[in-house]
Structure formats: C-alpha cells, structure tokens
Design a protein around this ligand. Structure first.
Ligand code: P6P
Length: 341
C-alpha cells in the first residue's frame, strides 16, 4: 500500500481546493460543510446500531408536518443542532423537525450563513432497515439581515441562491454527495479512518432514461398529464414512447435520488388531488431545493411540473411542492405532457 492509497483525497482536501483554486466556497462555508459532514457521521453511526442502540421505534410526538416522530428523527435533529451551534459560521438553522427557526444562542459567535436540513429523510424506512439519509442546504444571510435578529423571512430565498447543498445516505455504504456550485462530488465514508474519501469527483446524470420512480398507489389522485405519462411508460415498445420502462420506488427520497445521480432515471412526487397533496408532499426548502441543486449541477433537470424548482420564490418555511427531477430529456418530456394539459 502506497502513501497515496492511504491518503486518498478526502472532503477537507476537496473543499480546500474549492476554496483556494475555484473560489466557490469561503473558509466559513468550508468549515460549516465539514461540521455538517461530521454530524452525518454521528447520525450514520446511531442509525447503524438499530435495535442494539435502542433507537428504533416512534415517540408519542408529532413534528410540524403532523408526522409521528421516530426516535432517530429527534436524535438526528439534536446532533445537527449541537454540532453546528458553536462554530461561528451560522446565524440560524431550520429543520423539518422544528416548528420555528433555531437562532444561534447569544453565547456563541454568529456567522453569515443559514443551514436548513431534513435530519433523517425516509423515516418510515428506519424500522425496516432500508436506506435513509440527511439532506442539507446552505444559504447566505441576506445583507439587510446582517445586523439584526434573523427572522423566518430571511430563509425564504429561491433555490438558485443556495451556496451549497448535499445529502448523506446511510445504506450499504455511508456516502456524502455535495455541491458548492462546481459540479457534484461523492464521498464514501472510510469507517476505519473516519474519513470521507472522494470516490467520484464529478457525478453526472445520463440525459436519457427508461426508469421511473413514483408511488403508483397514488395513481387515482394524479393530475391528467402525470397519468398520461405513466400510462405511456407502461405501454412499452408498442406505445408512444417506444421503449420498455423499469420502475423503482424506495420511499426514501435520498435513496431514489442517489440512484438517479448514479445511473439516471426520473423521480416523481407530483402534486395531486388530495387535500394533503394539492401542493405536493415534499418540502421545498430542505428537500426539493437541495436535491434540485444537486441534480442540475449533475446535468439533470428539476421542475414542479412546469416551473424550474430552483426559481420558485418561497412563501413559507415548510411549504410543500410537486417534484419531478432526474434525466434532463425525460423531465423535459414530462414538462411537455404538462404543457399539453
Ligand atoms: P410515500 C419520506 O417520508 C418522504 O418524505 C421522501 O423521502 C419519500 O420520497 C416520500 O416521502 C415517500 O412518500 O407517500 O411514498 O411514503
């Protein structure tokens, strides 16, 4: 084994190069991302213990979404809050698991960044040992807010303003997938060294696909364009799309998106006719926006049906949105189905 094989490029070296050579990140954001990555290691460790760690099962509490909280949801949220409070590079945090924003306490120095996260996405899969993950997004504090107390409105920035975004996926491998606006890099956790090792320097999504991901049990609630598109996919080579499609649905957005970043595909959680689905199920600020930033940086496309998700002006911190993302040409095809009405 050579020294090179022991000291493979890791997250720190990648981020230092982004800071020094590409000028895509400040020292502040670099430190923030390294802290988030360290918190994800701790979350992954807790997840991997499962029943041995007494962390499975639900609490008798609900989050702001009205969803029953899993023990690991709350633990993951606490790990991210605790890891990021003291660093001096954040002004506030927002989370799927918290009703309101979490300002940095006065006894810690404040920075000029905002961190948003879904601490443990795919919670329904925790107890059945299916891949889950942490999704995060970094915004800058708006200039007008730099000298006052941070308010919820300061988080309400369109996704194009994101400084960085990424996810950790806790699966057969623990991986971190990250963008700072210069493409997408993937890191695999070397659990012996405790190091995030760079394993793919530039992740790219194939422009075409024959694999869709959607929860088919919602079919009766879909809008007509989605129904027509899926019907055409199921029609196979004799149908209007002229090819056979495969289907996957893991019900962990992190896992479905990771597959698409790895081999292409289209992920769909569209808005639907249900009261709970009228605006979509997934949350804009800490699920759709970070995933859309990653997908577009990898050459893909992400829309709500017609509009680019990264252009959406948020109105509420926990607002939901329809999500159709993945291989560029397939997402464009679905956009055309929507434009036909
Ligand atoms: P359904 C997990 O709860 C989540 O927010 C996403 O990770 C996932 O894509 C979706 O919901 C799954 O929803 O309705 O299929 O259980």
């Amino acid at each position: 084994m050579t020294s090179e094989s022991v000291l493979k490029k890791n997250l720190t070296q990648y981020l230092v190069e982004q800071q020094r050579q590409k000028k895509t990140v400040t020292a502040d954001v670099r430190l923030l991302l390294e802290t988030v990555a360290r918190a994800c290691k701790a979350i992954g460790h807790a997840v991997s213990k499962g029943a041995l760690g007494g962390v499975l099962g639900s609490l008798d509490s609900e989050n702001v979404q009205g969803e029953v909280q899993k023990k690991l949801d709350v633990l993951s949220n606490e790990i991210l809050l605790e890891a990021n409070e003291w660093g001096g590079n954040l002004a506030a945090m927002a989370s799927e698991e918290m009703d309101t924003l979490h300002r940095i306490p006065d006894y810690y120095p404040k920075g000029e960044n905002l961190l948003l996260f879904d601490p443990l996405d795919g919670s329904s899969n925790i107890d059945v040992n299916v891949s889950i993950g942490t999704i995060f997004s970094v915004l800058s504090v708006p200039p007008e807010a730099r000298d006052r107390v941070i308010e919820e409105q300061d988080f309400l920035q369109p996704g194009v303003r994101q400084v960085a975004a990424g996810y950790a996926i806790y699966g057969p491998q623990t991986m971190l997938v990250l963008t700072v606006g210069d493409g997408v890099a993937a890191f695999t956790l070397d659990k012996e060294m405790g190091s995030w090792v760079l394993t793919t320097e530039r992740v790219t999504i194939p422009e075409d696909t024959a694999e869709f991901a959607i929860n088919m049990s919602n079919m009766r609630h879909w809008e007509a364009p989605v129904k027509r598109y899926i019907d055409d996919c199921l029609a196979g080579p004799e149908g209007p799309l002229g090819k056979s499609y495969n289907m996957r649905w893991i019900a962990s957005m992190v896992a479905d998106v990771h597959r698409i970043l790895t081999r292409g595909g289209i992920f769909m959680y569209p808005r639907d006719a249900r009261a709970s689905g009228r605006k979509g199920k997934l949350r804009l600020m800490y699920e759709a926006n970070p995933m859309s930033f990653l997908v577009e940086q990898a050459g893909g496309l992400s829309i709500d049906g017609t509009q680019r998700i990264l252009d959406v002006q948020p109105t509420e911190l926990h607002q939901r949105i329809g999500v159709i993302l993945g291989s560029r040409n397939e997402v464009e095809r679905v956009r055309q189905y929507h434009e036909q009405g």
